[in-house]
Design a protein around this ligand. Structure first.
Ligand SMILES: Cc1ncc(COP(=O)(O)O)c(C=O)c1O
Length: 382
């Protein structure tokens, strides 16, 4: 039985991606590799709104977070980590692990960071070298107002670097690296990019490259200046995950063909459908409407609904969703909808959930579809 994989990454792969990944190996120091690397990097650059270069490194998203830290900071640097959930905390922990003087500005889980509160904090505190932000907090299903937050940081004393974990939002949710003054952003292949896990994605502004030249945190595998030198030659410093790149090339090509505004609108519409469908099943959503993510939706497990039992029954019927992380383990479910998503897979999932919960899953699927279609309707046809 094929699973309906509704975790927030890895995401289901289009068959075209899977077929590409089965291609024969090539020399990673040969011309074919260079062409592929350029095609992927240039495609991602245009999708995230930067005229700068995009680096492709072999590793997971957490590796990309580590790369962001060690390539821009020195031990003892004052860093503000704006955290709204488990991944914001992880970013802060990585900074601390490499010797940054990390302060946290934590907002309640399930809410977005408030730009006014950030402004007030920055006005009162000694200058920071960098501010760490999360674009889309996968642990709580919340998207931050990253444009507003970045604007606040860029006007703050000391003009801190704006460093963004864009792992589960980039590609699917509006993002303008250059236009919004972002200095460094990272992502990972297994999210909206429709690739398998294994490729970390990073892009740096000119300001971030200058910071990189002065940064003294220890780095070797994740040396982005080295990666940049090799990328100019169409190569990577170390042997890359070639097969994952084959698939990622297809994923990026599909996103480019769709057009990023359309991709963003599709994700918004699917998210509306998921929100309405889960509510029709009787779930209460975690985030307030304005904060809700377009790539992952979190809902409270109602009293008496045991996660392990509920999850096992869904899995038995081929539906795989994610549970809560950390303090929210056993309290919420998380439903992923990024990458290759339309509404039909969501409708199937609601049918299964209705069956498990003994409520009308078809009615929930229909409610979700109506919300999806209403959200999609205003999008101009291509
Ligand atoms: C926002 C965010 N940051 C970081 C990570 C960590 O990425 P990885 O699991 O690929 O190391 C994830 C993974 O879900 C994420 O969603």
């Amino acid at each position: 039985m094929e699973q309906n994989l509704r975790v927030p990454g890895p995401t289901p792969l289009p068959s075209e991606v899977r077929e590409a990944q089965a291609r024969p190996m090539i020399n990673h120091r040969g011309p074919e590799f260079g062409q592929m690397q350029h095609a992927i990097a240039d495609g991602i650059a245009s999708l995230i709104g930067t005229s700068g270069e995009v680096l492709l490194l072999t590793g997971s998203g957490s590796g990309a977070l580590e790369a962001a830290i060690v390539n821009s900071l020195s031990p003892g640097d004052r860093v503000l980590a704006v955290t709204i959930g488990a991944f914001g905390d992880r970013f802060a922990d990585i900074g601390a692990a490499f010797g940054a003087d990390v302060e946290r500005l934590a907002f309640d889980w399930g809410t977005a960071a408030d730009p006014d509160a950030l402004r007030a904090h920055l006005a009162d505190a000694a200058p920071y070298r960098a501010v760490l932000l999360t674009h889309n907090e996968t642990s709580t299903g919340v998207t931050n107002p990253i444009r507003e937050l970045a604007a606040v940081v860029r006007g703050a004393p000391g003009d801190p670097l704006v460093i963004v974990d864009g792992i589960s939002g980039l590609g699917a949710v509006a993002f303008e690296m250059d236009g919004w003054g972002i200095d460094l952003v990272v992502s990972a292949s297994q999210k909206a990019w429709m690739g398998s896990p294994g490729i970390a994605i990073a892009s740096l502004s000119e300001r971030a490259w200058r910071a990189n030249a002065a940064a003294r945190m220890p780095r070797y595998y994740w040396d982005l200046a080295l990666a940049r030198t090799w990328a100019a030659k169409g190569q990577t410093p170390w042997t890359p995950a070639v097969s994952v790149l084959y698939g990622l090339e297809v994923g990026v090509r599909r996103l480019l063909a769709e057009g990023r505004e359309w991709t963003w609108a599709r994700h918004a519409a699917v998210a509306s459908g998921v929100q309405a469908g889960l509510e029709a099943l009787g779930f209460r959503l975690v985030a307030a409407p304005a904060d809700r993510s377009h790539t992952v939706t979190a809902a409270w497990l109602s009293d008496g609904l045991d996660w392990a039992t509920f999850n096992a029954a869904m899995r038995q019927r081929g539906l795989v969703v994610a549970g809560g992380q950390g303090a929210w383990s056993g309290k919420i479910l998380r439903f992923g909808h990024m990458g290759e998503v339309g509404y039909d897979e969501m409708a199937d999932a609601f049918g299964i959930m209705g069956d498990v919960l003994s409520v009308d899953g078809d009615a929930a699927a229909a409610a979700g579809r109506a919300a999806y279609e209403a959200s999609l309707a205003p999008v101009p046809a291509r």
